[in-house]
Design a protein around this ligand. Structure first.
Ligand code: FE2
Length: 210
């Protein structure tokens, strides 16, 4: 009898011990999931969203029509567009635009009418997996701004997000007038650029409210 009671007590104690480990772990996992689903902060569009007719606006910004762009440091920029529940946003249109290696945008106020080799703007519609991928250059700094790539996410006729993506670890991010005010959330707009066999690679997840 005593042995049975002792065994039951031991079982209760071990169940309690297990729950004291499992519960905080579950809470931690929930907190991580919550954090990873934070909305990607919006940023201003800036003055250089293309105002010119684009002959070529595909995902390969290093090839503008038949002209290849070989300046700058080539990079793959990719990621998944998801909603706050972590579900890919199938059919979302991802647009990016950025300046060339000399800080010139494909815009009449930046490039004038000079022909540019760099495509400067590209768009891609994501499939069921929400994944986008661009071939472009690692962004460069210009006129006091840290290196960045502008982005816009659309779904049908709705514009879900306009933002800018930054290079993680770039010291000028913390001093920038647009990112300074974000505080800790600045990391949500930063992507690590790592060297791959085919140029730089950066993964940038985008969370939008649909
Ligand atoms: Fe810009």
């Amino acid at each position: 009898m005593t042995t049975t009671i002792a065994r039951r007590s031991a079982l209760k104690l071990s169940a309690l011990a297990a729950s004291s480990v499992v519960l905080p772990t579950l809470l931690l996992q929930a907190a991580i999931a919550q954090t990873s689903r934070k909305l990607t902060p919006s940023q201003s569009e800036g003055p250089f969203y293309p105002d010119q007719q684009m002959q070529d606006a595909d995902a390969d910004l290093l090839k503008n029509g038949r002209v290849a762009y070989t300046a700058g440091q080539s990079a793959w920029v990719s990621g998944v567009v998801s909603d706050m529940d972590g579900k890919p946003v199938s059919g979302a249109l991802v647009e990016i635009w950025q300046c060339d290696h000399e800080g010139v945008y494909r815009h009449s106020r930046s490039s004038g009418n000079a022909p540019m080799a760099f495509q400067g703007f590209g768009k891609v519609q994501v499939g069921a997996d929400g994944r986008y991928r661009f071939r472009t250059i690692k962004p460069v700094p210009y006129t006091g701004r840290p290196p960045h790539i502008h982005m816009k996410i659309k779904l049908g006729s709705r514009e879900l997000l306009t933002t800018q993506m930054y290079v993680a670890g770039d010291a000028s991010n913390a001093r920038d007038f647009l990112t300074r005010s974000l505080g800790a959330d600045r990391s949500l707009l930063e992507a690590a650029f790592t060297r791959g066999s085919d140029g730089w690679q950066a993964e940038f997840g985008i969370v939008v409210k649909t």
